[in-house]
Design a protein around this ligand. Structure first.
Ligand SMILES: Cc1ncc(COP(=O)(O)O)c(C=O)c1O
Length: 444
């Protein structure tokens, strides 16, 4: 039973708020959150939860940092808004891009500001189209992976390879081709790593040869599949697909919207394999999720090719000064507080506990992921790897809340992705709360 106040809020919410990526006229029925601090959030009933999802894997620095709020306030006091469209400049966007240039992979230091991850990916596609147009080619096909997520816009919705059919009545633009993803535990090609010869990567070569390299604009890939369930590739995958794209002269786009800014224990996930993309998209943790901001980072080669061209994509909020000032402060904190190193270390600790205590549970089939982006595969039966009924997703989320955990379950994947600032003690408390949720599952 909840209070009348909570009940009324939930009723209004269900009747008046169309929840994005959700069912119209419906909410989860959980009391709304109204306070947050560090790794904890509190609902209108006064109940506290450890946030082991960093909300949407974006609140990397934890909730409600005062020092970031102060920077936002200072920028608000000084200049809330000026536009950067059509060649006008503002100081916060220049200063932020100077800082960002120091941490991105070599050469990727030309930036287009957007507002979200979806529009960063969308703009990246348009940049790829324009790049080839300048070279006198018309390349329009976009390659991506099944089970990938790149957004739900008309352009990016087509590249997203998960939950196919969910928005079938909103046909996406462009021609999108999906390839088998790199999920070894459930290999779509029915191979076994490492004897497989990374056929999932070789498949890219095959598709390009058969589709014709002269009409393919780009290959977009997450360096660890995020909304698809925290699935990391085998070590050879990223270097090999980079090589294949270079061989065919196809732009390689790393979607680091979720993995960027330390999530996997490196500043950017591509650094695990020393891969340098032609284009990289960023968002989410760029402001620790506090304000909307996205970036498309492009290589010298792409920038120099586009120089002098008219660039159509963009929005009124490109380079918003408050968002850029906050992103600058957030980047300072990542560096000064050694957040990435901490994420790598604490991620190892969490992984060791998950492996030792959770993997032997009857309904946990596998563990994957890097840094603090760790995914558990929930199965009915370990031998058959059968996936439980869809209701189990909500059941686990509900049980998590009962045990004081805000958690993220994507289909049958439990995604452990707390704020990167989490302490060892809080990891222990979170995992101690999670254990009974998974140990008491009865799925047979
Ligand atoms: C890898 C990836 N790309 C793109 C997006 C879309 O970002 P946004 O929700 O900011 O539009 C997401 C969001 O979860 C993501 O994880």
């Amino acid at each position: 039973m909840v209070t009348k106040h909570t009940e009324e809020l939930l009723k209004w919410d269900a009747d008046h708020i169309l929840h994005a990526i959700g069912t119209v006229g419906y909410n989860q029925g959980f009391a709304p959150f109204e306070e947050a601090q560090g790794v904890r959030v509190k609902d209108t009933e006064g109940k506290e939860y450890i946030d082991i999802a960093s909300q949407l894997v974006n609140v990397n620095l934890g909730h409600n940092r005062r020092d970031i709020a102060e920077v936002a306030k200072a920028q608000i006091d000084k200049m809330m808004y000026t536009s950067t469209l059509r060649g006008y400049a503002n100081v916060p966007s220049i200063e932020y891009s100077q800082k960002l240039a120091q941490v991105v992979p070599k050469g990727l230091d030309h930036f287009l500001f957007t507002m979200t991850g979806s529009d960063a990916d969308d703009c990246a596609f348009k940049i790829a189209n324009l790049y080839y147009k300048v070279k006198g080619e018309r390349r329009y096909k976009i390659l991506s992976l099944f089970n990938s997520y790149h957004g739900t816009l008309r352009g990016t919705g087509g590249a997203t390879g998960m939950a196919k059919g969910a928005d079938a009545e909103c046909p996406p633009c462009g021609e999108h081709i999906h390839l088998p993803n790199y999920f070894c535990y459930r290999c779509p090609l029915h191979k076994e790593y490492p004897g497989c010869g990374i056929e999932c990567a070789e498949f890219l070569d095959y598709v390009i040869e058969n589709e014709g390299e002269d009409n393919i604009a780009c290959f977009i890939v997450e360096a660890e599949q995020g909304p698809g369930g925290f699935i990391s590739p085998p070590p050879e995958y990223l270097p090999r697909v980079r090589e294949i794209c270079s061989k065919h002269g196809i732009l390689f786009i790393a979607d680091e919207v979720m993995t960027g800014f330390g999530r996997t224990g490196k500043m950017f996930a591509v650094e695990h394999w020393n891969v340098v993309p032609d284009i990289m998209t960023l968002s989410k943790a760029i402001t620790s999720g506090y304000l909307p901001l996205g970036v498309v980072a492009v290589s010298d080669e792409v920038f120099n090719t586009l120089k002098g061209q008219y660039l159509a994509p963009g929005s009124s909020e490109s380079g918003n000064p408050i968002c850029c000032a906050v992103a600058s402060k957030v980047l300072d904190i990542y560096k000064e507080e050694h957040i990435v190193e901490h994420a790598a270390e604490i991620g190892k600790y969490a992984r060791a506990r998950l492996e030792k205590e959770f993997l032997p549970l009857p309904h946990i089939g596998s563990l994957s992921g890097l840094g603090l982006m760790l995914g558990l595969d929930i199965v009915v039966d370990k031998k058959t790897k059968a996936i439980p009924a869809p209701e189990v997703t909500n059941l686990i989320q509900r049980r998590g809340l009962e045990h004081g955990l805000y958690l993220r379950v994507m289909g049958n994947r439990l995604c452990f992705g707390p704020p990167l600032v989490i302490s060892r003690e809080d990891v222990d408390e979170a995992l101690d709360r999670l254990y009974p949720v998974l140990a008491e599952l009865q799925l047979n």
